[in-house]
Design a protein around this ligand. Structure first.
Ligand SMILES: Nc1ncnc2c1ncn2[C@@H]1O[C@H](COP(=O)(O)OP(=O)(O)OP(=O)(O)O)[C@@H](O)[C@H]1O
Ligand SMILES: [Mg+2]
Length: 262
């Protein structure tokens, strides 16, 4: 019997924070010593590599699926964690043999966690990604168009017996016009596992090409990702404890004024 967990980070609408979520969760899990691989399945808009500082990806997920390159030759070690990453190639992809995804996942059973950064929507290609996941995290922003789209993904996952772990409510401004957490839960029938604020550490860390859990581990967003990782693993993250300290938070606050300092 299969013992690992293949978790897709999915959404109805694009640009809601799937990649940020998948990258940072992957790093937190790997830093705990949990054998984890992150796959960028978004072949139209590959961005995992860009988030972690591997900007020129000539080979990747597409080539592995097409048997053009061995898996081991395409997997990269993230230098500041033991996270393995299978990025997608930045070359334009017109036809990707996504039907081989199931076979690829079989080769990854030694990993305890396989995190999949999915493209948005429930178009045919994405359906193939979702149905090969054991579980999905549905990322949404707190507005009706995003929730309406999220519900399409939820319905598709339910129909295909893919377990829905819950929602990640991202880019929360705490404004009166936003849908509150409770309403989001009522509209989707799923629990909000984490409510992540709008925060400039996110675009800042992307511009630095360093995931925020690495560069700003004491930021509020990083702590939210720690809590989310704890929800997923159902146990406290040992390596993240210091981030909760007052001194840690103060350091992050000061760091923001000089983000380019090493
Ligand atoms: N909590 C946040 N605070 C501020 N900006 C954010 C936050 N979350 C995401 N963003 C911004 O939103 C943009 C999209 O994030 P991301 O690439 O993770 O979304 P995505 O769902 O993967 O998009 P796509 O559907 O195109 O793959 C990024 O530019 C990022 O800086
Ligand atoms: Mg993305």
């Amino acid at each position: 019997m299969k013992r690992n967990r293949v978790i897709g980070v999915v959404s109805g609408k694009g640009g809601v924070g799937k990649t940020v979520t998948a990258v940072n969760l992957g790093i937190l899990l790997a830093r705990e010593g949990i054998k984890t691989i992150l796959i960028d399945s978004d072949v139209q808009n590959p961005s995992v590599g860009l988030h972690v500082g591997f900007a020129s990806m000539h080979v990747g997920f597409q080539d592995v699926l097409g048997n053009k390159i061995a898996l081991d030759d395409a997997v990269i070690d993230h230098p500041q964690s033991s996270l393995k990453i299978l990025p997608a190639s930045l070359k334009p992809s017109y036809r990707v043999p996504i039907q081989n995804f199931k076979g690829l996942l079989r080769d990854l059973e030694a990993y305890e966690f396989v995190m999949i950064d999915s493209p948005p929507s429930v178009l045919e290609y994405v359906q193939e990604v979702i149905t090969n996941c054991d579980e999905v995290l549905v990322v949404t922003t707190p507005d009706l168009p995003s929730i309406t789209s999220a519900n399409k993904v939820i319905a598709f996952a339910e129909k295909n017996n893919v377990k829905i772990l819950g929602l990640v409510l991202n880019r929360v401004h705490h404004k009166a016009y936003e849908l509150p957490e409770k309403e989001v839960e009522a509209l989707t029938n799923y629990r909000v596992l984490s409510s992540i604020p709008e925060d400039e550490v996110v675009p800042l860390s992307i511009s630095l090409q360093q995931p925020l859990t690495v560069r700003f581990p004491d930021s509020e967003v990083a702590l939210k990702f720690v809590e989310l990782a704890e929800e997923i693993t159902r146990s406290p993250l040992r390596h993240a404890q210091h981030s909760r300290s007052f001194v840690g938070r103060l350091l992050t606050f000061l760091h923001r004024f000089n983000p380019f300092a090493r």
